[in-house]
Design a protein around this ligand. Structure first.
Ligand SMILES: Cc1cc2nc3c(=O)[nH]c(=O)nc-3n(C[C@H](O)[C@H](O)[C@H](O)COP(=O)(O)OP(=O)(O)OC[C@H]3O[C@@H](n4cnc5c(N)ncnc54)[C@H](O)[C@@H]3O)c2cc1C
Length: 477
């Protein structure tokens, strides 16, 4: 009896001559075709789709990747770059079969230049490993996705990932100085520079950062580092309403404070965490905000006192400053518990990451609640509100087609509202597969056609990560 599984099998039965050439390039030990491996690489954290790739290639060098792409390009075989598969929009799902390029063993920190404060890394380096490595040297790599203990730098660059410290330090893009990229043709290019400033020609680094594996494959990445802040202060504030939290964040900026983190947990998120942690300590009503400020010790302590006062001025009912590392860890554990805790509300979550100008946060959150009530859906909001990002999670109790359709309609309305307030569909998770149908709400037809022309110029045969946003025509829907 053949094994039954819920995966789509698009096997394109790769030609035996090509298979032999791939084995020559990679060695037998780094090319996988077993059903077990194919199942493992068929999906990602989005669970948006599960499609079996034909092969999994685990290259060890830029030259091997160039060889694989040259071959795939001439034979029209799709190639899917993949880091840790923690993406939330289906970016690494091999929706058209073909070859998954897995960077698991290209995971070395190749060098740290302490004088010029840069790190040269391979794409498979786990983000947190790099952070810990440089912090031992008194240096700091600020981008900090909540998935940093398992996601990779290559994936972060491809998604232009943000994270918990983005309010003050920005996204991955701000730290990428140069890239080695293999194009679909197998050509290797080196873009960017180690110089602190450069305006030589078009800024190709900015084009490739955030390109979601559709324009080229990154094989070496030069990152900017900064000095490690001396001291961090953490404050947990409880507000009766979300409007008070949003007003506090705006007031901090207007008074010259840029918190490095400002994380919101709305009422439903708090309720989920309360149940998940079986904790009566968390109040039944109201919302939480977690703030962090950093810098020289006394400046950070002074800023955290001002953060406390601003929260109180805006109606916070309880504000606590962490007095020990254990307490700080406890505060963060509440924030980290949200993602798993959400499954108490439903088996499926339609997880989005809109972003609006900070001044529109309260209005946006009110609109999301109104949409949730109108559709009779529970929508949980949390995220990095310091930079206007809200992770909206439309929770579906079960996987039912009609319910999913209703959820998607609600998501469509949330996106339209965000764009109408001068915001965006995606602050940091990318478009990938799951948001492709909505892209037209933000990107105009002419602008999308420029993107398509860029894609065609760099990947005329469409072998790099096909089936994702750039292959879906949002304006014809
Ligand atoms: C619990 C959880 C929390 C998260 N929190 C955050 C957060 O706070 N902020 C945030 O921004 N994201 C967050 N994410 C999303 C995710 O972790 C990020 O998008 C991350 O950057 C993906 O990295 P990855 O290594 O898993 O990449 P993958 O998921 O494997 O791939 C993502 C995309 O990158 C492409 N890619 C990977 N490597 C390369 C390469 N070398 N060259 C070219 N393209 C490549 C892939 O083709 C794919 O399109 C979270 C995810 C989870 C599960």
């Amino acid at each position: 009896m053949p094994i039954q599984h819920p995966f789509r099998n698009l096997s394109m039965s790769i030609d035996s001559a090509i298979l032999a050439q791939l084995r020559r390039i990679l060695g037998r030990e780094n090319l996988f075709e077993s059903m077990e491996k194919r199942i493992v690489y068929s999906t990602d954290a989005s669970k948006a789709a599960a499609v079996l790739p034909d092969l999994i290639a685990r290259p060890t060098s830029t030259e091997q990747i160039a060889g694989i792409l040259k071959l795939a390009n001439s034979a029209g075989i799709p190639v899917y770059p993949r880091g840790a598969g923690s993406g939330l929009t289906g970016g690494a799902v091999p929706v058209r079969g073909g070859i998954v390029l897995d960077f698991e063993i290209m995971n070395k920190v190749l060098g740290i230049d302490r004088e010029n404060m840069t790190a040269l890394v391979q794409p498979g380096v786990i983000t947190q490993n790099l952070q810990k490595h440089v912090e031992k040297l008194g240096l700091f790599y600020p981008p900090d996705p909540a998935s940093s203990d398992f996601c990779t730098i290559g994936g972060n660059v491809a998604e232009n990932s943000g994270g918990l410290r983005g309010t003050k330090y920005g996204s991955t893009r701000e730290y990428v100085m140069a890239l080695d990229v293999v194009l679909a043709s197998g050509e290797i290019i080196r873009i960017g520079t180690g110089a602190p400033k450069s305006v030589t020609g078009y800024d190709l680094v900015r084009l490739f950062v955030g390109s979601e594996g559709t324009l080229g494959v990154f094989t070496e990445i030069l990152l900017r580092l900064i000095p490690l802040p001396e001291h961090v202060e953490t404050v947990l504030a409880h507000f009766p309403q979300v409007e008070c939290a949003a007003a506090s964040v705006c007031m901090m900026f207007s008074r010259g404070i840029t918190p490095r983190a400002a994380e919101l947990m709305d009422e439903l998120a708090v309720e989920c965490v309360r149940q998940y942690k079986d904790s009566d300590v968390l109040p039944r009503e109201g919302v939480f905000c977690l703030f962090e400020v950093d810098g020289p010790r006394f400046a950070a302590m002074d800023e955290s006192e001002r953060v406390v006062r601003i929260c109180e001025e805006n109606g916070a009912t309880n504000v606590a400053r962490a007095t020990s590392e254990a307490e700080r860890e406890h505060f963060w554990s509440l924030r980290r518990a949200i993602s798993p805790a959400l499954y108490n509300l439903g088996r499926i979550k339609l997880n989005e990451d809109i972003c609006v100008p900070r001044s529109r946060l309260a209005e946006m959150l009110a609109r999301i609640n109104e949409i949730g009530e109108r559709y009779s859906l529970r929508i949980v909001n949390f995220g990095h509100i310091g930079d206007g990002s809200i992770h909206t999670n439309v929770m579906l109790e079960h996987d039912d087609e009609a319910l999913r359709k209703k959820g998607e309609q609600a998501v469509g309305e949330i996106f339209a509202a965000a764009v109408s307030m001068g915001g965006t569909l995606s602050a940091e998770h990318g478009i990938g597969l799951t948001k492709a149908q909505y892209l037209g709400k933000e990107v105009g037809e002419k602008e999308f056609s420029v993107m398509v022309r860029l894609k065609k110029a760099l990947d005329p045969n469409g072998i790099l990560n096909p089936g994702k946003f750039i292959d879906v025509f949002p304006h014809s829907q």
